[in-house]
Design a protein around this ligand. Structure first.
Ligand SMILES: Cc1ncc(COP(=O)(O)O)c(C=O)c1O
Length: 505
């Protein structure tokens, strides 16, 4: 898709359609001088250079990448109309597209029936699910794993319900035994399972937790904001087996009460495009409200009548709809990209396991790889943390051969449970974390590995007392891109760091 062709076409659609209403001059108050605009645009473009190459495999940090060109063209084309999907009269075309997209998402999870809508984010989608949970089970709390996204406890606070963190097992998945102990107290009305935790990409055992929760009369909400589209791979037994994806948790989603999935993560969409789906179409009653100034064009419940938010961009629905026309929700459609990401994660994990410079923190369950520089002798957490920090900063600071990673803070017990040979001389350590969300990563695993190994070799050679400098980024917020380094770091010597391009050949 050539954007130089399609962007002018995108501009034409609304113009051509608008002509039928007769000529219209813009109001003088909105006219801007072309030269002024050109100058402002130059300043604007310059500002955007202060950024990270999310599009490139050199960026192997957070779960960020540019949208698919089809999504971009769809969004811009619809944005010229600027529909508001709150109510049908806000834009019938994009309201219809939203309903169709939501039905396709529900089919991906094999929900037998559904009601749902797009949201501005995964956080808002989860908020809606927890709101319905509270209305359905008043006075009872919400359980989520200690590895769940931080916004679950925040949203419990917002909703005034008690939130309970449940211990995770040795692979970062919710521990069903610990959950049962909590369920026995009768204080929990809803269990949140995560299919793809933000930090490790761990998949909670939905198939075990669902029957357990049902025994105690609890609802189950699935937070699949990041991992949800991996359901496409789990739908195909042979493919799932070849990719080491356990199908059981994904298939159990069909029996759960609600699901969050973020098309603005693995669904190739621009921010903000999340989605919440409910298995019971009757939950609309929890959103009942009086809005005497809207809802006059449709007999069905308007999208605003089943959601907490009011205005929402119809352009988001348009972008998703157009993307799904080209890359449908099948293993061979959108799933092909996820399979490549998964293969990249498996390949890199294997290389790390064979290397002397890096140690795998744990086996990837989806496409998130976690690892740390191998520290010689009897390693301690503080040394692992400092070396990882140096790799992160030196990788970003090297202008000629940069690589962008992210870090995940893990506590000492979680770390030593996986790596008992590491001495717990600190409360925790940061491990390096790469979300291989771009399918292009598959072709770049070898150079990426070589580059990170070289950085790790250099980082572990430094004397332990060299201060790494304080982190300038919220490293415990794995969904936020890391900021630039605030301390000057020496680039690794050319001998220790083969160039990314050289190794890519
Ligand atoms: C599992 C999970 N849930 C919820 C969220 C929050 O989603 P959003 O950033 O779209 O609000 C994230 C974000 O990374 C996530 O990974």
């Amino acid at each position: 898709m050539d954007l130089r062709y399609w962007l002018p076409r995108a501009a034409e659609v609304a113009e051509r359609w608008g002509e039928r209403f007769g000529p219209l001059e813009p109001h003088p108050s909105h006219l801007v001088d072309e030269a002024d605009f050109a100058a402002a645009f130059e300043r604007f473009a310059k500002r955007l250079e202060h950024n990270y190459p999310f599009f490139h495999p050199r960026y192997a940090g957070q779960m960020v990448k540019p949208p698919h060109p089809a999504a971009l063209v769809g969004y811009l084309t619809a944005m010229r109309f600027n529909p508001n999907n709150h109510a049908y009269e806000g834009g019938p075309a994009t309201n219809d597209m939203e309903r169709e997209c939501v039905a396709q998402l529900a089919a991906m999870f094999r929900l037998p029936a559904h009601v749902g809508h797009l949201t501005s984010s995964g956080t808002i989608a989860n908020l809606e699910a927890l709101y319905v949970a509270r209305q359905s089970h008043p006075g009872r709390g919400v359980a989520y794993s200690s590895q769940a996204h931080y916004t679950h406890s925040r949203m419990c606070h917002v909703l005034g319900v008690s939130g309970h963190a449940v211990a995770a097992d040795a692979e970062g998945r919710m521990d069903a035994g610990a959950l049962e102990e909590l369920l026995r107290t009768g204080r929990v009305g809803t269990v949140v399972v995560t299919c793809g935790t933000t930090g490790l990409g761990a998949v909670d055992p939905v198939h075990e937790i669902l029957p357990l929760a049902r025994r105690y009369g609890a609802r189950v909400h699935v937070d699949a904001a990041y991992g949800g589209f991996f359901a496409l791979l789990a739908a195909d037994d042979a493919l799932a087996a070849s990719l080491g994806v356990d199908t059981a948790p994904w298939r159990a989603i069909a029996g759960c009460d609600s699901v969050t999935v973020d098309p603005h993560k693995h669904g190739l969409q621009p921010y903000g495009c999340g989605a919440v789906l409910f298995a019971d179409p009757g939950i609309g009653r929890h959103f009942a409200h009086d809005s005497p100034y809207t809802y006059f064009t449709d007999a069905e419940l308007h999208l605003g009548e089943i959601s907490l938010e009011c205005s929402r961009a119809g352009a988001s629905a348009a972008a998703l709809w157009l993307t799904l026309q080209l890359l449908p929700l099948t293993a061979q459609g959108l799933g092909a990209g996820l399979a490549a990401s998964r293969r990249a994660a498996l390949a890199w994990a294997a290389l790390i396991e064979d290397s002397t410079e890096l140690t795998l923190y744990q086996e990837p369950q989806l496409d998130i790889v976690t690892y740390f520089p191998t520290v010689a002798g009897v390693p301690a957490l503080s040394a692992v943390d400092a070396a990882g920090e140096r790799v992160l900063r030196q990788g970003m600071a090297d202008e000629h051969d940069p690589v962008y990673l992210s870090v995940l803070r893990v506590d000492a017990a979680d770390f030593t449970r996986r790596h008992p040979g590491v001495r717990a001389d600190a409360g925790g350590a940061r491990v390096l974390r790469s979300v291989l969300i771009k399918p292009e990563a598959q072709g770049w695993v070898a150079p990426l590995h070589a580059r990170v190994c070289a950085l790790a070799a250099s980082a572990t050679r430094l004397p332990a007392d060299v201060p790494a400098g304080p982190p300038d980024v919220p490293v415990d917020r794995p969904d936020v891109p890391a900021g630039p380094p605030d301390v000057p770091v020496d680039p690794p010597s050319p001998s220790s760091a083969p160039s990314f391009e050289e190794s890519a050949r």
